[in-house]
Design a protein. Structure first.
Length: 255
C-alpha cells in the first residue's frame, strides 16, 4: 500500500508525517534520524484517529526532532580559496591553488598531464592546478569533480567491505549505489532497494562511513527503527553506537 503524506498544525508548529498502513492492531508513531515522522497504523484506522494521536504526541515529536536535528549534517558555505580547510576520510587538508601554464598555441600537441587542470593530495594539502587561480568558481568545479570521483570509488569499496558483516552478504546487497549530495541525511535506502549515500560522507572517518552503510543495509530486511532493526545492527556491528557518536562529533557540526 502506498504511504500517505499528511500534515497538521499544532500551535505554532506544523508537523508533516507519513502514514504506513499494515496488518497490525495498534498505532505507533516514530521519529526517524532525519527528523521525518512515520506513523505505522492499522489498515482500518481512520484519519481522524491518526490526527488525534499525532496531536496528542506533538510535544514528544518536537523533542525528538530537536534531538536528531543536532546531528544532521550542516554544510557551511565554502569559498574555495587558498588556505581554506577541507576534509577527506576524517583528516583536514588545506586548499592550495596553483597556476597551469596556458599552451603557447592552440595547435600545440606537446601538452602533458602537468599542463592540464588537476586536483591532487600532497603532504597535507589538496592542490588544485587551475587555468585561472583567481576564479573560485573554477576551483570549486575542479574540487567538486575530484570529490565525486573519490566518493564513488571509496564508497563502493566500503560497501563491499561491509557486506561481509552479514551471514549471507548477497541477501543484503542493494540493487545499486547512488552517490549524491544530500542536505539532511547521510544515507538512505530507496523504495527500489538502491543504497543512496551522501557524497560528503567521503569527508568522514572510515569507521563512520562503515556505520552509515551498515545501518542502511540493515533496512533491506528491517525497514523501520524497531527492536528487530537494532538487534540486527548490533549483531552486524557491535560497536555501532561508538561509531555513530564519533561520526557526529567529528563531522556532524562541520559539513
Amino acid at each position: 500500500m502506498t504511504p500517505e503524506c499528511h500534515r497538521i498544525q499544532c500551535g505554532e508548529h506544523r508537523i508533516e508525517f507519513t502514514v504506513v498502513r499494515r496488518d497490525r492492531k495498534t498505532l505507533e508513531i516514530g521519529v526517524e534520524p532525519d527528523t521525518s515522522v512515520v506513523v505505522a497504523a492499522p489498515r482500518d484506522a481512520s484519519l481522524q484517529d491518526i490526527f488525534n494521536r499525532v496531536r496528542k504526541r506533538a510535544s514528544w515529536i518536537r523533542r525528538q526532532q530537536r534531538f536528531f536535528s543536532q546531528f544532521l549534517p550542516r554544510i557551511p558555505e565554502r569559498q574555495f580559496i587558498a588556505g581554506e580547510t577541507h576534509h577527506y576520510l576524517g583528516r583536514q587538508y588545506r586548499l592550495k591553488v596553483t597556476t597551469v601554464d596556458r599552451p603557447r598555441a592552440a595547435a600545440d600537441r606537446s601538452r602533458t598531464a602537468d599542463d592540464q587542470p588537476s586536483v591532487k593530495m600532497i603532504r597535507g594539502f589538496i592542490v588544485v592546478r587551475s587555468r585561472d587561480p583567481g576564479r573560485s568558481d573554477l576551483t570549486r568545479s575542479l574540487v567538486e569533480s575530484w570529490y565525486r570521483v573519490r566518493a564513488r570509488t571509496k564508497l563502493t569499496e566500503r560497501l563491499e567491505a561491509n557486506l561481509v558483516r552479514f551471514p549471507d552478504p548477497n541477501s543484503y546487497r542493494p540493487r545499486g549505489l547512488i552517490v549524491r549530495k544530500m542536505r539532511r541525511r547521510w544515507g538512505s535506502l530507496s523504495a527500489s532497494s538502491r543504497l543512496v549515500l551522501n557524497r560528503r560522507l567521503i569527508e568522514a572517518p572510515v569507521d563512520g562511513i562503515d556505520y552509515v552503510i551498515t545501518h542502511e543495509l540493515c533496512h533491506l530486511t528491517e525497514p523501520h527503527h524497531g527492536r528487530d532493526f537494532y538487534e540486527l545492527l548490533t549483531t552486524a556491528m557491535p560497536d555501532w553506537e561508538k561509531r555513530k557518536e564519533r561520526l557526529e562529533r567529528s563531522v556532524g557540526g562541520r559539513i
